[in-house]
Design a protein around this ligand. Structure first.
Ligand code: ACO
Length: 323
């Protein structure tokens, strides 16, 4: 029997503390005008002291499981996409599994920075399609506030904390009604590490380090790479990008999103943008934006939805699904 990975539930979670551009302008030499014009970001949420990536992940996961009407006994695969794990080991997925009371199946993290959710979704799809696992919880969760250099205005204004989750079920193909993950495209070019990295690590410095980015160089790479991954995912599915009902991009910069939309001829009314409210939440940004569009009714059952991400690595990728 062949199975498809169908989205059964979606949820998200944001920390309570909101930090506006004006708040940041009191800390570093920046302005609301600069941040809004260059990025589209107006505010971001920051985790409270003691609030961990796994806590945000659990908040999002519980909402996704409620939405799917599934309990801990139903989930047999937990994948957490994160670049800001609670601990060096075990995986944050193992901690999340325990906090949710899931006692069976597999749990592991995926580390592809801002492309993490696309990598995790595509991985879960393969596990479910194989028939070895039945219900997967796929989470993107980050506390990037912990790896920011709060003195560096070129990076600290861009990021926020948060989590988003999806529950996917393995459904026999003839019962899907065309729903489920249709195609994906994952890419990495490790030769561009120096454009975007964290200057610490277990093996190198024994510290967590701080995020460093040559933002304008990343910007120059973004539109073409993201567009080509989306084209590949569309081609594999046998559709044109113009046929996409809803586009849920990674929320790094409104100008990158606008560039991709222009290049691929996607109507602006089909684009989900939450960057103003959330900032760049890395692996959490796509499921956070997806959930927000579901809540306000912009994503409807049967919609053809394209997701894309790009981040440290460099990694980039896209995934196409029918919701
Ligand atoms: N406030 C005020 N001025 C600033 C700020 C700030 N917060 N930050 C930088 N500037 C200044 C710079 O110093 C520079 O001044 P100068 O001209 O006097 O030297 C000027 O603004 C322009 O700087 P640029 O870096 O060229 O600005 P740019 O238009 O490229 O915007 C940005 C910067 C927003 C970072 C943009 O390049 C970007 O979004 N890049 C892509 C980021 C991204 O997509 N990252 C991938 C995902 S992240 C991940 O994977 C973890």
């Amino acid at each position: 029997m062949s199975f498809k990975a169908v989205v059964k539930g979606v949820g998200s979670y944001l920390p309570a503390q909101v930090v506006t551009n004006e708040d940041l302008a009191r800390r570093v030499d920046t302005s609301d005008e600069w941040i809004t014009e260059r990025t589209g970001i107006r505010q971001r949420c920051i985790a409270a002291e003691g609030e961990l990536t796994s806590d945000l992940a659990v908040g999002a996961a519980k909402r996704a499981m409620d939405h799917a009407k599934l309990g801990p006994e139903d989930i047999d695969l937990v994948i957490v996409a994160t670049a800001t794990p609670d601990m060096t080991f075990p995986a944050t997925a193992a901690i999340v599994q325990a906090k949710l009371g899931i006692r069976q199946g597999a749990a592991f993290d995926i580390h592809a920075v801002c492309t993490g959710f696309v990598y995790a979704l595509s991985t879960a799809e393969k596990f479910l399609a194989s028939g070895q696992h039945r219900q997967a919880l796929v989470i993107g969760a980050e506390t990037f506030s912990r790896i920011l250099d709060w003195e560096d205005r070129t990076t600290c204004v861009l990021f926020g904390d948060g989590a988003g989750a999806m529950v996917l079920s393995a459904v026999p193909e003839e019962e899907t009604d065309g729903k489920g993950i249709i195609s994906s495209c994952l890419r990495c070019d490790g030769s561009m590490v120096d454009l975007l990295y964290v200057d610490g690590g277990v093996s190198s410095t024994q510290t967590a380090g701080h995020l460093r980015m040559q933002g304008n160089k990343v910007f120059r790479e973004a539109v073409n790479r993201i567009s080509s991954a989306m084209m590949e995912a569309a081609k594999e599915a046998g559709i044109e990008p113009s046929e996409i009902d809803i586009f849920v991009p990674h929320q790094a910069n409104q100008r990158i999103i606008d560039g991709v939309v222009r290049k691929l001829g996607i109507g602006k009314e089909r684009v989900i943008s939450t960057i103003a409210k959330h900032g760049n939440t890395s692996a959490a940004s796509i499921p956070l934006a997806f959930d927000s569009a579901l809540q306000d009714g912009r994503i409807k059952s049967g919609d053809l939805v394209m997701l894309e991400g790009m981040g440290g690595g460099l990694t980039w990728g896209a995934a196409l699904l029918r919701y």
